[in-house]
Structure formats: C-alpha cells, structure tokens
Ligand binder design. Structure first.
Ligand SMILES: [Zn+2]
Length: 177
C-alpha cells in the first residue's frame, strides 16, 4: 500500500501513527487500525471529513488498537485452542480413516458466530469514541459516513448486514451509552 502522508498524534493517551493512503481503486472509504499503534485512513475519507468528524473516526479506530481488538479475534483463538485440545482425537480419527466430525462441527460453529464478535468489537469502539467525545457529534459523524455511498455502496449485502453491524444496531447501542 502506498502512503502519502504520515503523522504522529496522541489520541486518548496513546501515541498513534496515522498513515494517509491513496484512495482505493473502487473509490471506497478506508479506515482501519493495524496492531499495535497504526491507523490507516484513505485520502478520500480524510478529505470528505471535517476536522471534527476526522477526529471521531480516529477515536473509533484508536479503540481498535486496544484490547477491544481481542474480542474480534476471540473465535480464532478459540479455534487454535480447540485444535490443541482435540489434537489427540483428531490424529486418532485420521489414523482410523474416519472424519473428525465433532472437531469439524466445533469449527463450523465458531465460524458461524464469528460476525457477532466483530459486532462486539465495533460496538465497543463506538462506546470508546462516545465516552471520549460528545455523543451527538459522534452520531452526526457516523450518519455522515454511512450516508455517503463510498462507505457501503459497493459492499455486499453480507458485509453490510452480517459481517458488520448495520447502522440501526450501532445507533441502538450508542443511544444507551
Ligand atoms: Zn471499527
């Protein structure tokens, strides 16, 4: 990925590296947190946001740099754990030329529930941003981002409704923080 600009900023007590990248080919907005202290923002998103809403996006991504991010990866940790715990059973079923059915079912269940962990990490990141900002301002930013076709426009139905919490769900929680 090509970076156009890089800056350091203290966000809620943490020194964070912010990298501005080229607008993706399909024109969508991009904002993501990379472990352990980097936030990537696409040029089109930065240009679209005002100073205040840019700060809100940084706050949200900043939350993903914290342990909140572990929530997202919990199913993967569980898969690894499952693998080691079931290792003997796995090996013996393979040696007996049998399918390790129980093991596979456990993996499938983890894959099916994975989006809910992602929802959890998104909602916790919203909570973090709201706690460190003004709720109505943060909501305004979220609406501004969601309402632009460059945010969700070309993403699949699956991504918008299953893999990522829909706007309604996020606002339902934000109202209660
Ligand atoms: Zn997020």
């Amino acid at each position: 990925m090509k970076y156009l600009k890089e800056e350091q900023r203290i966000i809620v007590g943490k020194k964070v590296k912010i990298k501005i990248c080229e607008t993706p080919k399909d024109g969508r907005f991009l904002a993501k947190a990379l472990p352990l202290k980097t936030i990537i923002i696409s040029k089109n998103l930065k240009n679209y946001l005002g100073k205040r809403s840019y700060w809100h996006v940084l706050l949200h991504e900043r939350a993903h740099l914290e342990s909140i991010n572990l929530v997202r990866f919990l199913p993967y940790f569980m898969m690894v754990l499952l693998f080691f715990l079931n290792f003997q059973e796995l090996v013996s079923s393979i040696l007996d030329f049998k399918w390790p059915i129980v093991f596979l079912i456990k993996i499938v269940v983890l894959i099916l529930i994975e989006p809910f962990f992602i929802w959890g990490s998104e909602i916790l990141a919203d909570r973090f941003a709201v706690k460190n900002s003004k709720k109505s301002d943060y909501e305004a930013t979220l609406i501004r981002v969601y309402d632009d076709p460059r945010y969700l426009g070309n993403r699949s139905w699956f991504y918008r409704n299953i893999y990522h919490p829909p706007k309604k769900i996020r606002f339902w929680f934000i109202k209660r923080f």
